[in-house]
Ligand binder design. Structure first.
Ligand code: NAD
Ligand code: MG
Length: 398
């Protein structure tokens, strides 16, 4: 019986994970669940899955959850805050941690799971983008098993040799082909994007996801973060990672070898496939996802991305090449800009401008420690807030 902790259980990935777990009660039990503020949903999950522990964001949310659980006669221990998240991620009673908190808030607990040598199922790409080498070192030093949940990286993992060493050349790997749907604005003229609303940006043509990653998909910053994620997971340089637009989202990514072979993983766009793959790895279990009907799909299209239409993709490549804390600056500025867009404080096309200005203003340094990374993260957030303040008060970014 594998005992699972889900960080971010009420989110899109968390709910899909519980859906897969519920299909295999003989293999998996839930040790702990976390949510930030959706207390009612978490209470319902606790009733169904009976975890030993549940963690929320604040004391008030904890009191509310505690009352709901006691009323149902449940004895789940309720805690709150970052230390409690780290505790459920590293507890001796859990084997596997699904890291599905969105954004930098997921870094500390995901790192705690890696340091404790857990099987880490990584959905929270922002954690790896921020802390890259430090995170991979923690995995290496503790003997943790790191399995990618992001559909592209899970596909690449499946297309690489089983004992891949993170040295592409040693396995004949020449390139990784990272597919991208292009999001809801792929065919829109750039100058019509000024007026798009948060709801339009979140209406992804193929995937159903949380709001932050949905906006990231619309700007293609999501693909940019995934390029950096791929670099750390697979040891490929920026030059060895090629982004390919593939609107059908059926080919989830590919690996190109020196003999001319290109291996791909295909499937319906449903996150339960990579979740089930990583949960059971190296075995296979049913995920609830319908079998792919290629004749019904009919056509698979591929095209090169337009870096002018999607400046966030260019910014991410630039941050990867710069190295050090540059990806952490990029990520923090993006989180603040996306939140401002979702609050209707800035327009869609100002997201990339805020990020570019933060990157231009702040010199990046060495990512020598988590403290150094968090300091840069804080500086980038403050700079982004200031730039957004200037925009909303009518001053244009320089
Ligand atoms: P979501 O917004 O649906 O859910 C986020 C979860 O994190 C929720 O449970 C929420 O309670 C929790 N959370 C939010 N802020 C928090 C905070 N400050 N402290 C603690 N917990 C907090 O997001 P999602 O779409 O499920 O994405 C989760 C992660 O997985 C992201 O990093 C995303 O990039 C990645 N991912 C998602 C998908 C997808 O299909 N949804 C695909 C690939 C990767
Ligand atoms: Mg992805």
């Amino acid at each position: 019986m594998q005992r699972i902790t889900i960080l971010g259980a009420t989110g899109s990935i968390g709910v899909s994970t519980l859906d897969v777990l519920a299909r295999h009660p003989d293999r998996y039990s839930v040790y702990a669940l976390s949510a930030h503020s959706r207390v009612d949903e978490l209470a319902a999950q606790c009733e169904q899955f009976k975890p030993a522990r549940a963690v929320v964001g604040t004391a008030a949310a904890a009191a509310q959850l505690q009352a709901l659980l006691r009323a149902k006669g449940l004895r789940t221990e309720v805690e709150y805050g970052e230390q409690a998240l780290c505790a459920i991620a590293s507890a001796a009673e859990t084997d596997t941690v699904m890291a599905a908190i969105v954004g930098a808030a997921g870094l500390a607990p995901t790192l705690a799971a890696a340091r404790a040598g857990k099987k880490v199922l990584l959905a929270n790409k922002e954690a790896l983008v921020m802390s890259g080498q430090l995170f991979m070192d923690a995995v290496h030093d503790s003997g943790a098993v790191l399995l990618p949940i992001d559909s592209e990286h899970n596909a690449i993992f499946q297309c690489l040799p089983q004992h891949y060493s993170r040295v592409p050349g040693a396995s004949g790997v020449t390139r990784i082909l990272l597919t991208a749907s292009g999001g809801p604005f792929l065919k829109r003229a750039v100058d019509t994007l000024d007026s798009v609303t948060p709801d339009e940006a979140c209406k992804h043509p193929k995937w159903s996801m949380g709001r932050k990653i949905s906006v990231d998909s619309a700007t293609m910053m999501n693909k940019g973060l995934e390029v950096i994620e791929a670099h750390w997971l697979f040891g490929t340089t920026a030059e060895q990672i090629e982004v390919v637009i593939h609107p059908q989202s059926v080919v989830h990514s590919m690996v190109s070898y020196n003999d001319g072979s290109v291996l791909a993983e295909l499937g319906n766009p449903d996150m339960r496939t990579p979740i089930a793959h990583a949960l059971a790895y190296p075995e296979r279990i049913a995920s609830g996802v319908a079998q792919l009907d290629l004749a019904q799909v009919g056509t698979l299209q591929f095209e090169r991305p337009d870096f002018v239409q999607f400046p966030c993709l260019a910014l991410a490549f630039k941050a990867l090449k710069a190295g050090g804390t540059a990806p952490a600056l990029l990520n923090a500025a993006n989180e603040v800009a996306v939140a401002a867009f979702l609050d209707s404080r800035i327009g869609f096309r100002q997201i990339d401008r805020v990020i570019a200005q933060v990157m231009q203003e702040l010199p990046h340094g060495a990512a020598a420690s988590i403290a150094a990374v968090m300091e840069q993260d804080g500086l980038a957030r403050a700079a982004a807030q200031r730039i957004i303040g200037n925009i909303t008060s009518g001053l244009r970014p320089q």
